[in-house]
Design a protein around this ligand. Structure first.
Ligand SMILES: O=C(O)CCC(=O)C(=O)O
Ligand SMILES: [Fe+2]
Length: 353
């Protein structure tokens, strides 16, 4: 059931990102060079991850990069079909079915964005990695028809995005004096984990001045995130997330929100809190949020496709030991499943909505 005409996800029609806005300068790193083992490019990954924890990954020039670029557009079109379903149908797949998971549908307003209780304006479909890579009979959750029909596309996307995640984590591990297997053995693709493909849809901008919050200020919970977006709207906090804790839904250090300009052909990579935990704070998870796209871009609904690489559910979250990681005290550690659930609750996710 693919549509003849897509009216929401139409990247060929989007106007350019406007000039004159305060944008963040991020490094652009070539996936192709990383795949060829280029040491200069590897160093740039390490530096970007110790700094802001965000960089552009140029996907052009490699087969796997091409699969991600095309796959993300395909999945965004699947998203358009899925979000068009009546809300009564969508809520059948709400987050929180089957216990402490974030998989499924998040309706508009299910998250509060500040202490006053202002609700978010974005819808998500969080499509579980594990369900997309097993036979239908072994899936743990039900999925709406457009997603089920596109399962081979999701499977390919999950495999490609996960392998890019492993490539990047392997590079970081080596630079930290840790065996890459110490990280990859906690992110095996076939093991149950919170990994998912998130399809997001934010409504067009309502007013020029006060931005509605599509996704409130947060750091990602997992290890590494591979994000594809086509319209502006993503913003990062100008000051390092190391200091900026949340206070009434806003970072507590002085600074400003800087726009992240989407770059065609590139993914945006950012680290999550599990990467900070594994490295006892050497790597940084950058604080970010999403508001409607600026200027004329704001007339379009905003789609993004996010792949979250997360530790396996049963992995115990503790710092890794290696030359480049300061030794903290021995810790008991929570399982990744419990840890992610607590982080999500702390951010105002109301399960079952
Ligand atoms: O939509 C985007 O550009 C970013 C989304 C995001 O930060 C998230 O879903 O965690
Ligand atoms: Fe995020």
């Amino acid at each position: 059931m693919t549509k003849d005409r897509y009216t929401e996800f139409t990247p060929d029609q989007y106007p350019p990102f406007p000039d004159g806005l305060a944008t963040v300068e991020l490094q652009t790193i070539s996936l192709d060079k990383l795949l060829r083992g280029n040491a200069v490019e590897q160093t740039r990954v390490f530096e970007a991850c110790k700094g802001r924890g965000f960089f552009y990954l140029d996907l052009r020039g490699s087969d796997i990069g091409q699969r991600i670029l095309q796959g993300a557009e395909h999945i965004a079109r699947v998203g358009e079909e899925t979000f068009e379903l009546p809300v009564e149908e969508k809520v059948k797949y709400s987050q929180g079915r089957g216990g402490k998971t974030l998989f499924g549908y998040k309706s508009v307003g299910a998250t509060v964005t500040d202490k006053a209780g202002t609700k978010d304006t974005a819808e998500f479909f969080n499509v579980a990695k594990n369900d997309m890579i097993v036979d239908d009979a072994n899936m743990q959750h039900a999925w709406p028809a457009p997603i089920l029909e596109a399962k081979p596309i999701f499977r390919d996307y999950v495999q490609s995005a996960h392998s890019v995640g492993m490539l990047l984590l392997g590079i970081l591990a080596e630079r930290l004096g840790v065996a890459p297997s110490a990280i990859t053995s906690q992110h095996r693709i076939e093991e149950p984990a919170g990994d998912h493909v998130r399809i997001t849809r934010g409504p067009p901008r309502e007013t020029e001045e006060l931005p509605e919050i599509q996704t409130p200020s947060h750091t990602d919970f997992g290890t590494i995130t591979i994000l594809l977006n086509w319209l502006g709207g993503l913003q990062v906090w100008s000051e390092s997330a190391r200091k900026a804790q949340l206070n009434d839904g806003q970072p507590d250090t002085p600074g400003e929100w800087l726009w992240v300009k989407p770059q065609r052909g590139c993914a945006i990579i950012n680290l999550g809190d599990a990467a900070v935990k594994f490295t006892n704070g050497v790597l940084c998870s950058g604080r970010h949020r999403v508001i409607p796209a600026p200027g004329a871009q704001g007339k379009w609904p905003r789609y993004s496709i996010v792949y979250f690489v997360r530790p396996e559910d049963n992995a115990v979250l503790k710092q890794l030991r290696g030359e480049g990681i300061p030794n903290g005290p021995e810790e008991e550690g929570l399982t990744a499943q419990e840890w992610i659930y607590r982080q999500a609750q702390g951010l105002g996710t109301q399960f079952g909505k």
